[in-house]
Write a protein that binds this ligand. Structure first.
Ligand code: DX5
Ligand code: ZN
Length: 217
């Protein structure tokens, strides 16, 4: 089953629990949390305290996307805050295998993220250990950016590698997802669709969630 993961980066933080309720009503499967530190990416968002508040607001799985320096130092804090999925960037983590094992040992699903300029071939040696791979379809740091078309190819390549290697990790894509492009992303082999502005930027958040979900169901 394909999953919709609204990114709260684009939500109204003055009313976060209500905004989460809206996407739940619309059929959201996962809540995506973007953690930025102003170093790995040129923007700052929030940390475990807010993830803990999200945990209180929903029973849906929480997907924590770590766009921070030295993510290993914070994995435990995010698991304790209620994260169910945790992903780290290939570009930042030197000992990827160790980090993946650490996330899984703490009881969360482990994912690796690739920036648009990083090839999928960099993951050959870790694919058998991951629960999911997150393909960035914009340069990380901000919501509302334009989808980079060439990243679709990376989704297809990854889906092909998954089949050839007889593996079952999920493929997630993040950035610039809209009702116009979501079907071609699904056709390339994507399982989890992160969407910020095309959900929380709309007047009817629940209807926008349902629309995306129906397009890939
Ligand atoms: C970007 C974040 C995304 C962002 C997506 O660095 O990782 O999750 O919220 O936002 P949209 O859907 O608006 O491109
Ligand atoms: Zn993200």
């Amino acid at each position: 089953m394909r999953k919709i993961a609204p990114s709260i980066l684009a939500a109204d933080f003055s009313n976060l629990s209500q905004q989460i309720r809206y996407v739940e009503i619309g059929g959201a499967d996962i809540i995506h949390c973007d953690i930025m530190d102003g170093k790995f990416v040129p923007n700052i968002t929030f940390g475990p305290v807010v993830v803990k508040a999200v945990r209180k607001a929903t029973k849906l799985p929480i997907d924590v996307h770590l766009m921070i320096k030295d993510p290993d130092n914070f994995i435990e804090d995010f698991v304790n805050a209620g994260a169910n999925y945790i992903s780290v960037h290939q570009e930042e983590v030197v000992h990827l295998n160790r980090t993946i094992v650490k996330i899984k040992d703490l009881g969360a699903k482990a994912g690796v993220v690739l920036n648009p300029s990083t090839p999928v071939s960099t993951l050959t040696e870790v694919l058998e250990f991951v629960d999911f791979v997150l393909i960035m379809s914009v340069n990380p740091g901000f919501g509302g950016q334009k989808f980079i078309e060439s990243t679709l190819n990376k989704v297809s390549q990854l889906a092909k590698m998954r089949e050839e290697m007889n593996l079952s990790f999920e493929i997630e894509l993040d950035g610039g997802v809209t009702s116009k492009n979501i079907q071609k992303i699904a056709a390339a082999g994507c399982d989890i669709f992160v969407a910020g502005s095309s959900i929380f930027g709309q007047d009817n958040i629940s209807a926008a969630t349902t629309e995306l979900k129906n397009l890939v169901s």
